[in-house]
Design a protein around this ligand. Structure first.
Ligand SMILES: Nc1ncnc2c1ncn2[C@@H]1O[C@H](COP(=O)(O)OP(=O)(O)OP(=O)(O)O)[C@@H](O)[C@H]1O
Length: 296
């Protein structure tokens, strides 16, 4: 049996999964590569390179369109022991729409998001996400959504690349590496792709959580406080992910305290107070004055 096939001689060996661009070029030279492996390299946005993929997120990717409305919530109640966290929320969100969830601390935003993500069951009411009933088909809900929780969700001893690998494996995604690299680059996490996240700053962890939520192009994207502690470049990357999701027909729900960013990201706004929905309107109508009046 020959030591190597003709293909082996022509093809360079497989590169490490996420090499830094500095290590990649010597590797190609050593391997006698006649072609570069697919690699975007850091600072892609600032330094376009010939032959490097610059496809905008979302382009050429198949999307599972769900019939509108993608999210329906009717009379949602969530109780934790004696605490009524959500006390009668109604909400409808269409495919291709982004809706901001606003309200003071303890208003019930995160709890509503958790129900939409299929991680907390509704105590009462009707919740349908991408056609799946949250009370009876939590797994169907989980499969349809990408969820960035307000806190936690990351494994401190794993790296961003390992988080992506795990997420892709759980979702049985056959080809995800290029998408993963694109997202890490856009969120300026490419250089720390192999660093354990236990040492990440709060903003870095937030950015990685948005990356993980959007990796699989979910039909419903749920972002709970994605801007919290995030720098302006991270904010831009998050706005881009939201715009991309809307463009491919996904439904986005985004919880935040930052009214200005909510208006920038979303066309619709829902305001919660004391676990109740107190307003639903076009985001442009939510002036600072109107918002303050709704909070009091
Ligand atoms: N697991 C829990 N056990 C008991 N009470 C809870 C639990 N989760 C939430 N709550 C309570 O439910 C209410 C709503 O909390 P929630 O986190 O949904 O509010 P929020 O609008 O997201 O607030 P914030 O803006 O501060 O994140 C609060 O009174 C909170 O203390």
């Amino acid at each position: 049996m020959p030591a190597s096939s003709p293909d082996d001689q022509n093809d360079p060996p497989t590169p490490p999964p996420f090499p830094s661009h500095r290590r990649l070029l010597p590797w190609c030279a050593r391997a006698g590569a006649t072609r570069l492996p697919v690699w975007t390299g850091p600072a892609l946005r600032d330094r376009p390179v010939r032959g490097v993929r610059t496809r905008p997120l979302g382009e050429n990717r198949a999307v599972t369109q769900t019939p509108a409305p993608a999210v329906v919530v009717r009379g949602l109640h969530v109780r934790f022991g004696d605490v009524e966290a959500v006390a009668g929320v109604d909400l409808t969100a269409e495919a291709g729409q982004a809706t901001a969830l606003l309200g003071r601390n303890g208003a019930g935003k995160s709890t509503t998001m958790k129900v939409l993500a299929g991680v907390v069951p509704p105590t009462a009411g009707e919740v349908t996400v991408a056609g799946h009933d949250a009370a009876t088909d939590a797994l169907g809900v989980k499969r349809s959504v990408g969820y960035c929780p307000d806190v936690g969700g990351l494994v401190p001893r794993a790296t961003p690349w390992e988080h992506l690998q795990l997420s892709a494996r759980l979702r049985r995604m056959p080809a995800w590496e290029e998408r993963g690299r694109d997202l890490l680059e856009r969120f300026e996490l490419g250089d720390v792709a192999h660093r354990v996240v236990g040492g990440f700053s709060h903003g870095m962890s937030r950015r990685l959580s948005v990356v993980l939520a959007s990796l699989h192009d979910p039909a419903v994207l749920l972002l709970d406080e994605p801007f919290d502690g995030v720098d302006p470049l991270g904010v831009d990357a998050t706005l881009e992910v939201v715009a991309d999701a809307r463009a491919r027909g996904a439904c986005v729900l985004l919880s935040t305290h930052l009214r200005d960013l909510a208006l920038e990201a979303c066309g619709e706004a829902v305001v919660l107070r004391g676990g109740n929905r107190v307003a639903a309107m076009q985001a442009g109508e939510l002036t600072g004055e109107a918002y303050r009046a709704l909070l009091d």
